[in-house]
Each structure stands twice: as C-alpha cells, then as structure tokens.
Design a protein around this ligand. Structure first.
Ligand SMILES: [Fe+2]
Ligand SMILES: [Fe+2]
Length: 275
C-alpha cells in the first residue's frame, strides 16, 4: 500500500500563509510515501517567490517529486524568459526537470511541460515521450505507474475544449503499452477525475486522471483550496479530496476505483462527506 499527497499550483507570491501552514501540518500528520507537486510553485517566477517555495518544500520531511508550471517561467522579463526560462526553478527548487520516484510498489515519473514559447500552455517533447516510454517499459515487476505533468491530459467535463498539453495524444499512445496507470496534473485550478478513455477514443488502456485544484493560492477561480490523498492498494485505488473550510483541510469527497479485467471501475460510488 502506498500513499501519495498530490498538491498543485502553490503560486507563492499569492499564497495564503495560514492555508500553507495547515497543509504542512496535514502532510506531517498522515505521512505519505511521497508528495507530488504538479507545478506553478510561484506566481511570477521571482527569486523571493522561489525562496518561499523552496522553504515550504524543505519543511516536507518525506520524498517530494516536483515539476514546474508555466508560472515558474518569467512572463514579463523577456530576456530571462527567452534565454534562461527555468534557471531560477533549477537553482532554487531542483535541477531535475524529469524527476523519478521509485520503490518496490510505485513508479512516478515527472515531465516538464512548461515552455517559454507556449506562454500559459504547455507541451511534451518527442524526446521526453521516448524517455518516459523507455523508463516505464523497462520497469520490472507489478509497479503502479504514474506520470506527473503540470498541463492536463483531460479537460473538465463542463469545458471540453480547454487547452490540453501539446502532443498529449502522442504521449498517451506511446505510454499505454508500457502500463501507465494514473496521470496527475494541475494548471486549471480545478479538481476533477476521470478515465482518459472518455476523451481519447483511440486509447485501449483504462488510465485514470486526477486533476488537483490549487492548494494554497488565493487564485482559486471560485473553488476552495484543496489537495488529494491517493491510497494505492492494488487492485484498489482511493482518492480522498481535502478542501480548506476556513480553519482546516476537511475531507469533502472520496472516490474509489477497482481494477477489474484491466479496466478501472468506479466502485461503488463517490462518497460526499457532510460536514
Ligand atoms: Fe496555476
Ligand atoms: Fe499553470
């Protein structure tokens, strides 16, 4: 059994300090196997914002897998944006833009999709797709395999034409034969879930998608700040969503899936917590 905490879109510079403290307390309390941070660590990729983001991450005492988002590339500083777009991210957070977490049950791969030329959108390169497929296909044993990107592969149900990660279909086609199980992303500041097959008609493998909302930023776009705890206990997987209620992160929904004959089945139903 493995526990993942999936947090996203921290946007230091626009963070709510009280919520940030509450999130750190939560993470320390339930002690996940790994914390996944799917990008937009800062609001404007400024040094002070990266220092705050780095200090926050260092307070997490379990392994963290981090990828940058479009906000981690300077927007208005054209010189930095063009010549050294991720320099501050690499200096203050991590130089590894395609990180890997692996133990004997879990393999998590991160891929940087933020691109200076794409502004708020993002894409995955053919070289990254090749590299991800090689790593996933080479992994031995019955590992649960996860890909983390900032930009999403699946749109929200009420916004089917939302801009997704560029070359997403190409990536999915290359990764599905290697047994990818779950995609984790952020960017839209909305939390929702689904099966990739609902959007990519050519995909034969049942692949779950979990989108995180914004964990601690004031840029909530109407939704509450939230994060997810993911419990992987094959063939079962459980997603617990925790949302900030003004005082603490409270569980607001539990979504369970079971893998039956190779397909993730929603089981038995979403459980909405009443608080
Ligand atoms: Fe964001
Ligand atoms: Fe973003």
């Amino acid at each position: 059994m493995r526990l993942i905490a999936h947090i996203s879109d921290l946007h230091f510079g626009m963070e709510d300090e009280r919520i940030a403290e509450g999130l750190l307390e939560d993470i320390a309390g339930f002690h996940p196997s790994v914390v996944v941070i799917s990008g937009d660590l800062t609001q404007r990729a400024r040094k002070k914002q990266f220092l705050s983001a780095g200090a926050f991450i260092r307070k997490i005492l379990v392994p963290c897998l981090v990828v940058p988002g479009n906000h981690d590339i300077p927007l208005y500083d054209v010189f930095r944006r063009t010549l050294t777009p991720l320099r501050r991210y690499r200096h203050y957070i991590t130089a590894d833009l395609n990180p890997v977490f692996q133990d004997d049950e879990l393999m998590i791969l991160g891929a940087t999709t933020a691109r200076a030329a794409a502004f708020k959108n993002g894409r995955i390169s053919t070289a990254q797709i090749r590299d991800l497929a090689e790593k996933l296909c080479a992994a031995a044993g019955p590992l649960f395999k996860v890909l983390v990107t900032h930009h999403p592969f699946l749109p929200p149900r009420d916004d089917p034409y939302a801009a997704l990660v560029g070359r997403g279909a190409l990536a999915v086609g290359a990764l599905e034969p290697c047994g990818i199980d779950l995609l984790l992303s952020g960017h839209f500041h909305r939390d929702y879930m689904g099966d990739l097959q609902s959007h990519y008609i050519t995909v034969k493998r049942s692949i779950l998608v979990a989108q995180a909302g914004t964990a601690i930023s004031k840029r909530t776009r109407g939704d509450k700040n939230s994060y997810e705890r993911i419990i992987i206990d094959q063939p079962d997987i459980c997603f617990d969503r925790f949302a900030w209620d003004g005082r603490r992160f409270a569980k607001t929904m539990t979504t369970r899936y079971k893998k039956v004959n190779g397909a993730w089945q929603h089981f038995p139903r979403d459980i909405h917590e009443t608080k």
